[in-house]
Write a protein that binds this ligand. Structure first.
Ligand code: C5P
Length: 220
């Protein structure tokens, strides 16, 4: 029996990472944060001294990109070579360059191949995969496909709370710039055919988890 694949897409700050992880934990499923892989590559590019706007150099850096992204929702860690980059990939300097790296077609093809291999190998009863193009490109045949959204205002304030200590206005501007850049590459603002929209604007964290779980139960 094939594991149940739950694909969750949404914009930055929609809460899809924390919600998807909590859903995976509750159901005993695996969890794959695809944004973390793009962020890990952005970290690798910066660490190698490569200009993130230099497409050819970014593509060349894929060869030496040795990384590990876990599928365990408990204690989820991200590694590049010898480095544990779990915290570093969340820093504004990485958020500021990740879109430039993620728009390169060879980068996307490389990472999408990896994501599909992880999904196919995942032996748990299911896996929750979250990102921007999971419902449409990575796993369009997933049994459950969800677009998680929230109003821009709510997304900004959630992200500002998450990044307490950073400048809220700068964080908001970066989030908007990232959504604008990312949405030129993949459409994660409109639900594709067959994708269930979950709007968390009026929901708290627990209610959003429940809403996602009821979509999964309805499909199972
Ligand atoms: O989800 P998160 O905000 O961590 O994603 C970081 C970046 O990775 C996004 O801004 C986007 O550029 C890229 N990304 C992507 N496709 C995905 C997931 C993330 O292009 N499926």
């Amino acid at each position: 029996q094939h594991p149940l694949v739950v694909a969750v897409d949404g914009p930055a700050g929609s809460g899809k990472s924390s919600v998807s992880k909590a859903v995976a934990r509750r159901l005993g499923y695996g969890f794959l944060d695809t944004g973390a892989a793009y962020r890990a590559l952005a970290w690798h590019v910066a660490h190698s001294g490569v200009d993130p706007e230099d497409t050819a150099a970014v593509v060349a850096s894929l060869d030496a990109f040795d990384y590990g992204i876990g599928t365990d929702p408990d204690g989820y860690r991200v590694r590049v070579g010898e480095h544990d980059v779990t915290e570093a990939i969340r820093e504004p300097r990485i958020s500021g360059i990740v879109s430039a790296v993620a728009r390169v077609p060879e980068v996307r093809a490389h990472l999408i191949g990896l994501f599909r291999a992880i999904i196919a190998a995942e032996l748990r009863p299911g896996i929750v995969v979250e990102g921007r193009d999971i419902t449409t490109v990575v796993a369009p045949d997933a049994q459950v496909r969800i677009l998680l959204t929230a109003s821009e205002e709510v997304r900004m304030s959630r992200r500002a709370a998450e990044l307490a200590g950073h400048d809220a206005a700068a964080t908001g501007a970066q989030l908007r710039a990232r959504d604008r850049a990312d949405s030129k590459v993949v459409d994660f603002l409109n639900a594709a055919e067959g994708v269930t929209l979950v709007d968390s604007t009026e929901l708290d964290f627990g209610q959003t988890i429940d809403a996602v779980i009821s979509v999964i139960r309805a499909a199972d």
